[in-house]
Design a protein around this ligand. Structure first.
Ligand SMILES: [Zn+2]
Length: 437
């Protein structure tokens, strides 16, 4: 048995090496050629089969009205209905909300941040506690990122979305609140070296160490380390960055395939808003046996630019793999993303705005429960919602809790917005299955 497993693993690794050599050659030729001859000279890469034996994507219905599709991602820890919102539980916890709220809200997948878990309590500690599922008492699947987004956010504070002269981006790097000083020391071919914001310890994040940390954490879906260039860089630097991310992701995949366990790995498509680079990135990653593809890097300045990018990019992705849009989940972008064929997407936005007074509702749109008009409101936040807030409490009570700085206000509001997201996506899936979207 063991011999057969080792032989199989060697076979897959050989295949990665071959596919990777082939992809590198295409990568090099892609960067050398002119954009006009892109399609003619580029052979379409044969789509590689996913590596994880326990991970499977099933398309239930592909819309004929749009590029939307409804499907199921089967994982060893349960099924993820798509299109689906992925809730963000940075520190292996939903802020102010118990983990079981996700199941009740109909949200199948949770996103946790490797960077935060590496620093506290440490990936080895999570492993010693039985992995993230046992640690936090969660049965359903978990996806983790590489830690790269936060590490790159630690450096060059002038990358900030609001920095003078810099273009504001959809997915800004203000996500890391610890960027008071420049903690990113160096980025080299090996990886990124930075100081811990907690105690100043020098640490290096490499493609290999990121994968090993995610294996220790026990994520069901692993995201490989990539470089995260800002929107405002020249074409040449962006292209070099895409190539480096490709090399890092190949190393990540090689590390993953030596010990797959029951985990899956998604490649991350890069290239900013440059169409040729995005196309090249899809070609490169499609030749490798990733279990899915994420859409990362800079996604543009606004919804219009993201929309245009998705319209171009989504038809290029292999249809047999699930895809994930990293870090975008506001209402305007969700509808466009779904219509373009996005399967899953994550963002802390729904719970973050809930803690600051915003509720999403079906009949009234967004409301701010901090407004004086709700002080004596005896209405529920949302008639159609089945969350604790809407079934047990009034808006006036929520308004009071918030004014009194009671943490229950943040719990109730966050849980409600999670229910809203779960309900919205359930209706979107029904719409696709019924041929309405
Ligand atoms: Zn509710």
């Amino acid at each position: 048995m063991r011999v057969a497993r080792v032989a199989r693993a060697r076979g897959v690794l050989d295949r990665v090496a071959r596919a990777s050599r082939c992809a590198r050659a295409r990568d090099a030729s892609a960067s050398a050629r002119s954009s006009a001859s892109t399609d003619a000279r580029l052979e379409r890469a044969p789509a590689a089969s996913p590596a994880s034996p326990r991970f499977r994507f099933e398309v239930l219905r592909a819309s004929t009205r749009s590029n939307a599709r409804a499907g199921m991602i089967h994982t060893p820890r349960g099924t993820i209905a798509t299109p689906g919102y992925v809730a963000v539980g940075t520190n292996a916890a939903m802020k102010a909300v118990r983990g079981d709220a996700l199941r009740r809200a109909g949200i199948d997948l949770m996103f946790a941040n490797t960077y935060h878990l590496m620093l506290q309590p440490g990936a080895a500690t999570v492993e010693a506690m039985g992995g993230i599922h046992a640690f936090m008492g969660r049965r359903g699947p978990v996806i983790t990122d590489s830690g790269g987004f936060q590490v790159f956010s630690l450096g060059t504070p002038d990358r900030s979305a609001n920095a003078k002269g810099k273009t504001k981006e959809l997915k800004s790097r203000k996500a890391t609140k610890h960027r008071r000083e420049n903690l990113l020391i160096d980025v080299s071919e090996e990886g990124a070296t930075f100081r811990s914001y907690r105690d100043g310890t020098k640490m290096t994040l490499t493609p290999e160490s990121s994968v090993l940390s995610q294996k220790q954490i026990g994520a069901d879906i692993i995201i490989p380390l990539d470089e995260l260039p800002p929107y405002d860089i020249d074409r040449e630097t962006l292209e070099e960055s895409v190539h480096r991310s490709h090399r890092w992701m190949t190393r990540s995949l090689e590390t993953h395939l030596k010990d797959v366990r029951q985990q899956a790995m998604y490649g991350v498509v890069h290239g900013g808003v440059d169409r040729e680079l995005r196309r090249m990135s899809v070609e490169y990653l499609s030749a490798l046996p990733f279990d899915g593809l994420a859409i990362g890097g800079s996604l543009g300045r606004d919804a219009a630019e993201l929309g245009a990018l998705l319209e171009f990019l989504m038809p290029l992705l292999p249809k047999h793999l699930p895809n994930h849009l990293l870090g975008i989940a506001d209402m305007e972008n969700i509808e466009h993303a779904v219509a373009n064929g996005v399967d899953t997407f994550d963002s802390c936005y729904p719970t973050q705005v809930a803690r600051h007074g915003t509720l999403f509702t079906r009949s009234r749109g967004r409301i701010n429960f901090r407004r004086a008009e709700f002080r004596t409101s005896t209405e529920p936040a949302c008639e159609e919602c089945e969350c604790t807030l809407c079934t047990k409490h009034t808006l006036g009570y929520l308004h009071h809790l918030d004014r009194a700085n009671e943490p229950l206000a943040w719990s109730l509001a966050s849980e409600h917005n999670l229910y809203h997201m779960g309900d919205k996506m359930r209706r979107v899936r029904e719409g696709i299955l019924n041929g309405e979207i």
